[in-house]
Write a protein that binds this ligand. Structure first.
Ligand code: AHM
Ligand code: MG
Length: 336
């Protein structure tokens, strides 16, 4: 029976990506190896996050432990684990982490062709209260690894070859795109494997939810303010949208991807470029949204067309269901 087949034929993330890559004759498994190291980082963070509440008791992060050594905070620890895992994969040449001011140029003997931009633990304000947080990553591939420079990652998001995130929530979910759709995998803790649970994710064409930090409304520009007003008081007789905002980009985007709707982190008078970072927040999430049939817009252009000029550049972002993003695009176009 097919029901039996489902239980005994487990599609792990490694097997899935190997299958995907085997469609490219030139593939030599490098991406699969890179991914398995990203996955290792995610498993480590997942386990650390789930024990975070016990940290004081068993000495995991923060505070000083019995030996009197200063212990590492969860975000610092996660960053170190990802960097070491990525370098040891032998498949990377440049790493850009939210936690590090400078890019890491991998030493020649350990170099491979991939550049990975990542936020090892995003949603810092939610760490201490046990609310969902996540890791976000975007991957570029270099043609020539001999003299890598940061110019090699200051490229538009549409040049990425893969992007994804891992959400440490009620379960640990990894969502990935290698440019051929979006697939979701859930960590089976007893196996230690990510199993395909959400094949070929497509975002609903229109949604019923908007997601934004409305506490910043007094400083918004006109198009954003008008859009949110229309979510609450629709003029076309439709029902108002619901508001959901966690304050963890991974969790807010994950819900948007599955249920539809729109996520906004707009510019405001205090932060004219918004808050979220282009290379490891805006680009990976925009890549996933487009791959799932949605859209992503900066207030000026398609987000994946933006060309960053510095590593930690920020950009306003509006992403989600195709029709919902169309509406905000129209408001910005009218304001020009
Ligand atoms: P962080 O990198 O300090 O964790 O900040 C990023 C987070 C995102 O996960 C989230 O979308 C946003 O900040 C929420 O910001 P705000 O608290 O201003 O609404
Ligand atoms: Mg962040």
């Amino acid at each position: 029976h097919s029901a039996d087949a489902h239980r005994t034929d487990l599609m792990t993330i490694t097997r899935f990506v190997l299958n995907e890559q085997s469609k490219h004759p030139e593939s030599r498994g490098d991406f699969t190896i890179l991914l398995s190291h990203i996955v290792l980082g995610c498993k480590f963070v997942c386990s650390a996050v789930s024990k975070a509440g016990l940290a004081k008791l068993i000495g995991l992060a923060g505070e000083t432990n019995v030996q009197g050594e200063e212990q590492k905070k969860l975000d610092v620890l996660s960053n170190e684990v990802f960097i070491k895992a990525l370098i040891s994969s032998g498949r990377t040449c440049i790493l850009v982490s939210e936690e590090d001011e400078e890019a890491i140029i991998v030493e020649p003997s350990k170099r491979g062709k991939y550049c990975v931009c990542f936020d090892p633990l995003d949603g810092s304000s939610n760490i201490d209260c046990g609310v969902s947080i996540g890791t976000i990553f975007g991957v570029y591939a270099l043609k020539d690894v001999h003299e890598p420079t940061i110019e090699d990652v200051l490229l538009p998001g549409k040049n990425m070859v893969a992007a994804g995130y891992c959400m440490y929530g009620s379960s640990c979910t990894l969502v990935l795109s290698t440019g051929a759709g979006v697939n979701g995998f859930t960590l089976d803790p007893s196996l230690g494997e990510f199993i395909l649970t959400h094949p070929n994710i497509k975002i609903p064409k229109k949604g019923k939810i908007y997601s934004v930090n409305e506490g910043n409304a007094k400083n918004w520009d006109r198009p954003t303010a008008t859009y949110v007003e229309k979510c609450k008081f629709p003029e076309d007789g439709s029902s108002p949208k619901s508001l959901r905002y966690i304050g963890s980009m991974v969790a807010d985007v994950h819900r948007t991807l599955l249920y539809g709707g729109i996520f906004l982190y707009p510019a405001d008078k205090k932060s004219p470029n918004g808050k979220l970072r282009v290379l490891y927040e805006v680009f990976p999430m925009s890549f996933l949204m487009e791959q799932a049939g949605g859209q992503s817009f900066t207030g000026k252009e398609r987000a994946l067309d933006l060309v960053p000029t510095k590593l930690h550049e920020r950009s306003p972002i509006f992403l989600g269901s195709y029709d919902d993003v169309e509406e905000i695009k129209a408001l910005y176009a009218a304001a020009e």
